[in-house]
Design a protein around this ligand. Structure first.
Ligand SMILES: NC(=O)c1ccc[n+]([C@@H]2O[C@H](COP(=O)([O-])OP(=O)(O)OC[C@H]3O[C@@H](n4cnc5c(N)ncnc54)[C@H](O)[C@@H]3O)[C@@H](O)[C@H]2O)c1
Length: 264
């Protein structure tokens, strides 16, 4: 087991990728503090982990609120004695361009997607330093590396997460804390599926699938495997990096001329 007796915090673990990462870590022997603003989802994740005979506990935590983040970090230490791994996964995707996005939605997106990872890192790193080191994994996005229309707040927040990753990595490498990011493409989670499976959204779904050279969305478990790699000693010389796991989204334009004419 790659994470035997490690203690991990996974934010936003009540759904999608966070749940898959929490399950993946527990399957590799880690004890997991599952946190989310969604109590029902978080408790379900804990149940799934315990059903596998592994250890997890849930804490209601809004990552955009400093006092809740500090409680999250204190709870991990009280319950399990230390923090080895933090996964900053919680996120929101509020649509709009500069003219249509409400200021409130911009502020919320930055608060959850960028300030959240900063706060969690700030307080977790203090504890990691006391116990001799740790690993932080930030879930960014292909949209942090390229723009996407109508996603000005989301894309900007994820670009920030990639540079947050680099700054944290540089500042804390000699504290034995490794910080990296993952940039997923479109993944089959409620964040994406709830939108594309709505009535009338079939063209958007087709369009998004076509952005991937593999011509499919990724599965949360495919990202969880990357997270296990980054959390484990297998990635001991990797710091400040972002691993792109996007089915070919960023490789380039992948439609052939014949596909374009066939409208595939
Ligand atoms: N699904 C994709 O295609 C995709 C692609 C790239 C990156 N991402 C990123 O992956 C991460 C996970 O998203 P997902 O696709 O699994 O979506 P999801 O909606 O299934 O899960 C996100 C979770 O975050 C929680 N959350 C929201 N606001 C929170 C807050 N303030 N504090 C704590 N928890 C909060 C939600 O309750 C939810 O359980 C996000 O950061 C997202 O931006 C998703």
């Amino acid at each position: 087991m790659k994470l035997k007796d490690k203690v991990a915090i996974v934010t936003g673990a009540g759904s999608g990728m966070g749940r898959a990462i929490a399950l993946g870590f527990a399957g590799e022997g880690a004890k997991v503090l599952v946190t989310d603003v969604n109590r029902a989802g978080g408790e379900e994740t804990v149940k799934m982990i315990r059903d596998q005979g592994r250890e997890a506990v849930f804490l209601l935590t809004d990552v955009s609120r400093s006092e809740e983040v500090q409680k999250m970090v204190a709870t991990a230490v009280e319950k399990y004695g230390k923090i080895d791994i933090l996964v900053n996964n919680a996120g929101v995707d509020l649509l709009g361009n500069s003219q249509t996005v409400a200021e409130e939605d911009w502020n919320r997106t930055i608060a959850v997607n960028l300030t959240g990872p900063f706060l969690c890192a700030k307080y977790a790193i203090a504890k990691m330093k006391e116990s001799g080191g740790g690993v932080i994994i930030n879930i960014a996005s292909v949209e942090g590396l390229s723009g996407l229309s109508n996603q000005v707040a989301y894309s900007s927040s994820k670009g920030g997460v990639i540079n947050l990753t680099k700054c944290l990595a540089i500042d804390h490498a000699r504290d034995n804390i490794r910080v990296n990011a993952i940039c997923p493409g479109g993944i089959e989670t409620p964040m994406v599926m709830d939108l594309v499976n709505k009535e009338g959204m079939e063209p958007l779904k087709k369009y998004l699938i076509r952005q991937h050279a593999l011509r499919r969305f990724g599965k949360p478990e495919e990202i969880a495997k990357v997270a296990v790699f980054l959390a484990s000693d297998d990635s001991s010389f990797i710091i400040g990096s972002h691993i792109i796991a996007d089915g070919g989204w960023l490789c380039g334009k992948s439609m052939s001329t014949s596909e374009i004419f066939k409208g595939q």
